[in-house]
Design a protein around this ligand. Structure first.
Ligand SMILES: [Zn+2]
Length: 281
């Protein structure tokens, strides 16, 4: 009998620096101690975390956004980096134990860890037994971006690897607005950031939780209007965000953020100014 309680873990890949052209580099976390004194941070670049999610009920294991995938490739330059495989090891799991991989959208900082290059230089699914879930609208949009180096918001699609997953029939393309992945895990299309952007809602007898992908990438974005430089359709992003946050607040839900540096998770609450804040859970 499968236990209907989900354990949710964040699998941190560490701290990174994102430049205006979309380049991402590993960052020394010491630089965050005095960010105001750093000549680059905030001016030419911003700091971000990368935190894939593991959801498990003890039988079924789900990964949401497998991260950058640094260090996964054969003879990688990043052998010592923390990646999805090294992080799963902490929980006694191997890539073959994962049955479901959700890609909220196909920007490489969320999806690159879906595959790696093996010792025969073949692109290979990181999770050999998993079905990968992608919204059809996301895939169709990503295909239109092939001639562009970066899309309108500076983020990169790297589809060569994902083609391999399609060819091997590992990808399940979602067509509607919602998909019940498991009893208690729903994938909900929000669009906004990208046309097929998904979020994940997790509910069991004890809790309700949301992983909002790049719809709300950090706690600082809870009260900020969606910025046209970071979303393709800011009106849709704003609408989806307002609706989800209102619902999540009523549900006393716990929020999980993918790009946070500081508060990576917390229960949604409002302060005296009617601004959303996170309470420690
Ligand atoms: Zn993105």
């Amino acid at each position: 009998m499968i236990k209907e309680t989900f354990t949710i873990e964040q699998l941190s890949e560490g701290f990174f620096e994102l430049f205006e052209d979309g380049t991402i580099l590993k960052m020394n976390p010491k630089r965050l101690e005095n960010p105001m004194e750093d000549p680059n941070l905030g001016k030419y670049s911003s700091a971000l975390g990368i935190d894939p999610l593991l959801i498990t009920n003890g039988e079924e294991n789900v990964i949401v956004d497998p991260g950058l995938g640094w260090g996964l490739d054969y003879k990688s330059d990043f052998e010592d980096t923390s990646n999805i495989v090294t992080n799963l090891d902490i929980f006694g799991l191997r890539p073959k134990d994962i049955q479901h991989v959700v890609l909220t959208h196909l920007h490489f900082d969320h999806a690159a860890g879906a595959t790696f290059v093996n010792e025969n230089f073949e692109t290979t699914a990181t999770f050999p037994n998993a079905i990968y879930y992608v919204h059809k609208d996301e895939w169709n949009y990503a295909l239109t971006q092939l001639e562009n180096d970066k899309d309108l918001i500076g983020a990169d699609y790297r589809l060569d690897e994902l083609y391999k997953l399609v060819a091997e029939k590992r990808i399940h393309f979602i067509e509607g607005d919602e998909l019940a992945l498991l009893n208690g895990i729903e994938l909900i299309k929000t669009g906004g950031h990208t046309p097929g952007h998904l979020i994940v809602k997790i509910s069991d007898q004890e809790k309700i939780a949301y992983f909002l992908g790049d719809l709300v990438p950090t706690e600082f974005h809870l009260n900020q209007p969606s910025h046209p430089h970071t979303v393709l359709d800011s009106v849709q992003a704003q609408k989806a965000k307002a609706l989800i946050l209102k619902k999540a607040y009523k549900e006393k839900a716990t929020m999980y953020f993918y790009h946070s540096l500081y508060k990576k998770t917390g229960q949604l609450s409002v302060d005296k100014n009617q601004k959303y804040v996170l309470k420690k859970t």
